[in-house]
Design a protein around this ligand. Sequence first.
Ligand code: AMP
Ligand code: MG
Length: 409
Amino acid sequence: MQLFENLIEHPEAVRLVLENTHRLPAESVQLVEARWLALAEDLKARFDSPPFDNSAVDGYAVRSADAEAGRSFRVVDEAPAGRPAAKSVGEGEAIKIFTGGVIPEGSDAVVMVENTSGWGEEFELKKAATPAQNVRGSGEDVREGDVILRAGTEIGPPEIALAATQGYGELGVHRRPKVVVLSTGTELVEPGQRELEPGEIYDSNSFAVIAQAQEIGARARRISAASDDAQVLRNTLKEALETADVVVTSGGVSVGEKDLVKGTMLELGVEQVFWGVKFKPGKPLFFGVRDGASVFGLPGNPVSAMVCFELFVRPALVKLMGREERGRPRVQVYFEEDVRNAFGRMHAMRVSLEQTEKGWLARSVGAQGSGLVSSLTKADALALIGPESKGLRAGETVEAIVLREGVIV
Ligand code: AMP
Ligand code: MG
């Protein structure tokens, strides 16, 4: 039997994961495929935007020098969005214009139709206009040559909008990681497939991990659960290693006789970076590398698997994707009562959060057993209660990783 030898601390484990993870190469993707990915290079404005002076309202383009209240104007042309007027604006003249229409030659202001006698061949101005009124100047959004988005920026809806305004139909991004997820355990049955026999349970980990990977924007695929049989495990893992940037297994990675995952990985040429982290829940976590692929052996207990993903796999995926971000929001939290940590290792405690006058109040979601799947559905955050302390005093603050960003925004 193999026992844990060098348990390492949580920050050291994260450091090792990141040190052994490298950004994926760049490729070009269509705008509609770009969400979640990160720009591989700075993106520059190809031209001034907006490209021409245009109207911010529906009304009349006039010369501000003429535009005194009470004066009448003759309408000589019109300038709807997309069709510039053919004529220019002379003294006492106006051109009907709509939002986005090009400001006609000769005019320098737009009066809102609401401030005139209305639409017609002629109108009377009710309110004086000032120069540049209701005109959106060319280049007021971005200037040609400006870096409008930095390399490493995660592409979200506003970034897609900005790239589109500059005519970019494709963007150079770091490739989307391919994640293969594999649950192990003879007891596992696929949900929806059949009823359970004695001793069996449904595989929940691979579905959870797929969802966690998708939430970051990775491309994740699951392979049917492998039984605790060396041959089956070897074949399944081999296939996973050949196709994936990241392989995530769950179960079979602790010190039991049926825990064959680590051994099988090593046999298949995975180089171990660490096995065992001093934290709860998820001590048996395994991390290794092989031919540029990262391999995570998550513990089987569902809470451990999901928490280990959150703490270790998530940062790796973000780095692979080339995203320069700070990661999940972290807040300082306090508890109303003393909190014990008798484990001698960091406890990532599942807590709910509530904002009070004193800051963020954390409350344990209840029992912290690592098999309690329902507990995670109640958790807003993971409070990181250090190993050095025996726990926390009421009111003392500690850092928490916010899992549900909606809670704090
Ligand atoms: P293991 O790490 O394989 O010893 O598994 C620890 C516990 O987690 C056992 O109770 C397993 O039945 C359970 N478990 C392992 N894999 C899964 C899974 N994919 N889905 C749900 N529970 C699991
Ligand atoms: Mg097992």
